[in-house]
Design a binder for this molecule. Structure first.
Ligand SMILES: Cc1cc2nc3c(=O)[nH]c(=O)nc-3n(C[C@H](O)[C@H](O)[C@H](O)COP(=O)(O)O)c2cc1C
Length: 196
């Protein structure tokens, strides 16, 4: 008798690597809790993950010197050198920032500005989830930040997957105490492995 054909199903991204980037200065606060929940559920689905806290890295603001345009290298010798290889090896970036005055934090914006001086071809195809808590009760406070991230993704050929937005998060542990918000973060993490 012929042996039955052995069919092995291979997931398209067996080893998807997800990088959480936390733009809040507050450790274990709402942004980090959202990012952690997304990463944890992605890992449960088979992904691997790492997390960085921008506030604990030395990332200097762009000086608009255009040195990068002349030499291909940024004039700053700082932690972006360590962060960029992490970003490049990760298929998915979870970009977390709370809303500060209708926008992202200074730490987050400083980090984004430094994308000016990188080899942006290496960002093409990266998949992005934005994780955004805010104190106000109206999700519209996040519209400029979400719009900014979406426009950058579009400009650089990155794929914006989704936003996990949490309004009314006034206390440090508001997200941790909110089952609905945590569930929406976990659901986004679960979907990560489904995107091709
Ligand atoms: C400097 C500053 C500015 C803020 N501006 C806003 C704002 O414009 N709209 C809003 O809804 N919340 C605002 N908030 C509240 C934070 O978005 C909110 O507390 C958030 O949950 C903090 O997240 P974290 O715990 O990760 O730091 C502001 C907080 C700070 C410290």
């Amino acid at each position: 008798m012929r042996k039955p054909l052995e069919v092995k199903w291979i997931a398209p991204y067996e080893n998807k690597h997800v990088l959480g980037i936390v733009g809040s200065p507050r450790r274990q606060g709402n942004t980090e809790t959202l990012v952690d929940a997304i990463l944890a559920s992605a890992v449960e689905q088979g992904a691997t993950s790492e997390k960085v806290i921008l506030n604990e890295l030395d990332i200097a603001p762009c000086q608009a010197c255009n040195g990068c345009q002349r030499t291909g290298k940024c004039v700053h010798d700082d932690d972006m050198k360590k962060l960029l290889p992490l970003m490049e090896k990760s298929e998915v970036w979870v970009l977390g920032t709370p809303i500060y005055w209708w926008g992202p934090t200074a730490q987050f914006k400083t980090f984004i500005d430094r994308w000016y001086g990188v080899d942006q071809r290496k960002f093409q195809g990266k998949q992005i989830i934005a994780a955004i808590p805010m104190g106000g009760g109206d999700e519209n406070y996040a519209q400029h930040t979400i719009g900014m991230i979406k426009d950058i993704c579009n400009y650089l050929g990155m794929k914006y997957l989704e936003t996990v937005v949490a309004a009314g998060m006034n206390g440090r542990s508001s997200v941790r105490e909110n089952t609905r918000v945590l569930e929406s973060a976990r659901a986004a993490g679960m979907r990560i492995m489904n995107f091709l």
